[in-house]
Design a protein around this ligand. Sequence first.
Ligand SMILES: *Cc1c(COP(=O)(O)O)cnc(C)c1O
Length: 228
Amino acid sequence: MSMISDNLSKVKAQIDAACEEFARSPHAVQLLAVSKTFPAQAVREAYAAGQRAFGENYIQEGVEKTLALADLPGIEWHMIGPIQSNKTRLVAEYFQWVHSVDRLKIAQRLSEQRPAHLPPLQVCLQVNIDGGANKSGCRPQEALQLACEMAGLPRLQLRGLMVIPESAPDFIASCAAFMPAKILFDQINQAVGGMDTLSMGMSADLRAAVKAGSTMVRVGTAIFGSRG
Ligand SMILES: *Cc1c(COP(=O)(O)O)cnc(C)c1O
């Protein structure tokens, strides 16, 4: 087995174990493999091992990989990094998912620029759940209004929320950081409906994220290695 396929198996086993431990149903948590900074060949290896959903942070790098890997059927590209408004067209054209929509202007542009021959862009609203100073994401108190507005845009499908809390020192602290996101998710979904995705948890805090209700963990390092 290659290192990447070996790592993928280990991460999936971790997710399964956490689902079992916290009474989540076995397929409740999807794995997004975060391939930022790694070459297309690394994605190809993960794909060969069965992985289909990949996350990219940098638009240009992500677009290049989608082009280099256009021969792989069913591969799914998720933008998870900050988006400047002059880059929305590339995102709307090359990605299937965007987790990092954090203001209405970006959502509107993505909807307008989504090509008519493609299905609606699958989007999450990014929320700065703990008010971290260096973070993207809307403020929690703005999230409901924004989610309602996004849900009304014709070429977007609102799937849920993404959060990236400050890294916490231990499991309990991580759980405490994730919990408000789950509460906010449930509140917004009650009002807006149709949301099925709570994108939270990375290599280091995956178990806490599963406990707190994540439905999609975004894992880079544990699959592809450290980013140097
Ligand atoms: C890089 C990144 C990840 C993956 O982080 P790891 O610690 O490498 O698992 C997840 N989400 C976002 C938004 C990222 O930028």
